[in-house]
Design a protein around this ligand. Structure first.
Ligand SMILES: Nc1ncnc2c1ncn2[C@@H]1O[C@H](COP(=O)(O)OP(=O)(O)OP(=O)(O)O)[C@@H](O)[C@H]1O
Length: 658
């Protein structure tokens, strides 16, 4: 921004300062005005925090509702309001303003009514978990609904550790307690204390306030770091909260695409079940809703601040919309920056952008519809690079995009394939498979595993399956243990995805998007099988170390042989292992492993692989130094082995020295 030059310091301060005007900074601010707000928002101690009743601090600067009249055109507004960032100035005021799916708003409203307004006296505590991508309006929805239902929102904000001296802690926990706590542990203790007090005490009643409305909810968006390291401590706190709670607890967690899912680690399925946590998952803001909001803001600004701002036209707004991946905060911020007349860089970018996209498409002389989709990809990439947001997608959606690949009809002007290649004719793909694999944040080989596990269910012709499996085999070879494996993985994923897409003739044309319709997706069985294989290798090596053979050889040659021999000298664990690995389980029903469904937010690599990989072994192999008595849990242990023997009535024949 040009305002950041040395000659205009006052203006720079002005741009951000007003939102925090309602606070008196205690000391000169180190981190800019944002810290000032935080300083004020945070109570000096949790005791004081508890006595505040209105929706207090936010991790981002969010003025509270009473400070902020809605900025509708025609309303007289103070300078301070004008200087607010647009995302605050045009914050939604009613449920109708929210750019969130109506269904999600209703779901949250119903839950709040049921657990607060219609709560039975003896009803146990309840926890709501709002998840979804960043900036999709989770917090805005909760705030508006709470206001509409007359609920107070009491929010936890992580204290900065430097603000809490030992003295503070001592005064909270008693003089005699011995303090050996680290700041993070203290943070968790403070959090527990906050919950206890928030749950126990009502808001202080101010003069003139009625005592009728003491309904409230506790909001946690700023989760103490300690809980990421040790989710168990959070679970303990929640268990005791549930037992004693009088008001519900709402967690807001943003989706994380990198695989180390916050939601997964903080709220694993068993805890969700145990504590009856209700999860409402928000979607990215839909482009039509986003366009409505951007249009409204652009029009309002055009009528009020023409001298300060450019008015972006529809095409520019559409470009903005595409670049922000359903994040309304990011879209409004980008709109504000790109509209500023001061911001010459932005101006150049937008005018160049529009010009080049129009020229490019006109030069190509293609039809309007085709022009749109052709320009989309490259433009998206550029927008992404400049003002856009990370466009990651969850593996579930990435797989869906490949399996249900969308196409657009090829125009008649395009040259056709020669007759002998006619069977390969396809309409143009509307997706770039390589982009999708990249945005899914898993490696090419992992993506291939998922594709391999799932593709068959979406094919309706056996010849197509044969062709697809050939492509997958080729992809597998590319992914072998070459020295250039990392580079080859991208090619391998390209062959696998494009191969599967191309082979499915039931989805070859835009008008013919047949196939099998909706089917659930599953996690690759390979993960479990590979884990079992590694454990078997380990067990074989430790149980039969005297044979000095590599584990594969032990399992495929020696153990099948030993299984038909009888040797009473073997111990129970060895016998059980021989029966388990050395014989095909002909007696038992030999079915497929049970499939595990892939959830829409599941990370690509299962937990067990993260854990194994963390040992420093690239293959995730457990250490080969373990002793025989230290067998992995999945291996038959001596006692279990005995049970198996009894159950299956296996008889080890008498050893005959002859
Ligand atoms: N029509 C609208 N609908 C929703 N939010 C809007 C709208 N107009 C402006 N906003 C602003 O967009 C921002 C949305 O952010 P919000 O905090 O609600 O998202 P979130 O899903 O909780 O994301 P995060 O997890 O990153 O906090 C808010 O600052 C809100 O005031």
């Amino acid at each position: 921004m040009s305002g950041s030059g040395p000659g205009r310091p006052a203006e720079v301060a002005e741009w951000l300062a007003p939102p925090f005007d309602d606070f008196t900074p205690v000391k000169p601010l180190r981190g800019g005005p944002g810290r000032g707000r935080r300083q004020k928002q945070r109570a000096p101690s949790p005791v004081a925090e508890n006595s505040r009743a209105t929706a207090p601090p936010r991790k981002r600067a969010k003025p509270c509702a009473v400070d902020l009249p809605c900025a509708k055109p025609g309303r007289s507004r103070s300078q301070a309001q004008e200087d607010l960032p647009w995302v605050e100035r045009y914050r939604p005021e009613t449920q109708n303003d929210l750019a969130v799916q109506k269904k999600k708003i209703e779901e949250v409203e119903t839950w709040l009514k049921m657990h607060i307004l219609q709560r039975q006296p003896k009803q146990s505590g309840s926890i709501l978990l709002l998840t979804g991508p960043p900036g999709c309006g989770k917090t805005a929805t909760l705030q508006i609904l709470a206001r509409d239902l007359g609920l107070q929102v009491q929010e936890w904000t992580n204290p900065l550790s430097s603000d809490f001296t030992k003295e503070d802690l001592r005064s909270m926990f008693g003089h005699d307690s011995n303090f050996h706590t680290f700041p993070s542990q203290a943070q968790a203790a403070l959090f527990q204390d906050f919950l206890l007090r928030a749950n126990k005490y009502n808001k202080l009643q101010m003069l003139g306030e009625s005592s009728e409305n003491d309904k409230k909810l506790i909001l946690i968006e700023d989760i103490p770091n300690q809980f990421y390291r040790d989710p168990g401590s959070l679970h303990e706190i929640l268990r005791s909260f549930i037992r004693s709670s009088r008001c519900p607890l709402v967690f807001i967690i943003s989706d994380n695409f990198s695989g180390d899912s916050n939601q997964g680690s903080l709220f694993p399925a068993e805890i969700v079940q145990e504590l009856c946590i209700f999860n409402i998952s928000f979607k990215p803001v839909a482009p039509t809703n986003m366009m409505k909001v951007l249009n409204r803001i652009a029009t309002a600004e055009a009528s009020m601040n023409r001298e300060k701002n450019y008015t972006l036209d529809k095409t520019s707004l559409e470009l903005l919309c595409r670049g922000c991946s359903g994040d309304i905060r990011s879209a409004i911020n980008s709109l504000q920056f790109s509209s500023m007349k001061d911001c010459s860089l932005e101006k150049e970018f937008w005018s160049k952008k529009k010009k080049s996209s129009t020229i490019k498409c006109e030069e190509a002389g293609v039809s309007k519809e085709r022009r749109k989709s052709k320009c989309d990809t490259s433009e998206d990439q550029e927008i992404q690079a400049i003002g856009g947001r990370d466009a990651s997608i969850f593996l579930f959606h990435a797989l869906g995009k490949i399996i249900y690949c969308k196409r657009e009809a090829v125009s008649e002007e395009c040259p056709h394939l020669p007759a002998h290649l006619a069977e390969h004719r396809r309409d143009t793909l509307l997706i770039q498979p390589e982009d999708i694999v990249e945005k899914s944040h898993v490696s090419g080989s992992t993506f291939n595993l998922y594709l391999h596990q799932n593709y068959v269910d979406f094919f309706s012709d056996i010849d197509d399956v044969v062709r697809a499996s050939e492509y997958l085999s080729t992809a597998d070879v590319l992914c072998s243990n070459w020295s250039t494996r990392l580079v080859m993985e991208s090619y391998s994923a390209s062959v696998a995805t494009r191969g599967v897409i191309h082979s499915n003739t039931s989805r070859a044309f835009a008008q013919q998007q047949g196939g099998k319709g909706f089917r659930p997706l599953h996690k690759p069985q390979w993960f479990l099988i590979s884990k079992k294989y590694r454990e078997n290798c380990l067990a074989a090596k430790s149980l039969f170390s005297s044979f000095c053979l590599p584990p594969e050889c032990l399992q495929t040659e020696l153990l099948p042989y030993l299984a038909v021999l009888a040797n009473p000298m073997r111990n129970q664990a060895q016998i059980a292992f021989i029966q388990d690995v050395g014989r095909l389980p002909l007696k038992r029903h030999f079915g497929r492993l049970q499939l595990e469904a892939l959830g829409d937010k599941d990370p690509g690599m299962p937990e067990l692989f993260h854990r194994d990989g963390a040992d420093g072994d690239p293959e995730g192999l457990p250490s080969s130094q373990s002793s025989g008595s230290d067998l992995p849990g999945s291996q038959p242990q001596p006692i279990t082995a005995q049970a198996i023997l009894e159950e299956e009535e296996l008889r080890i024949e008498e050893y005959d020295s002859d």
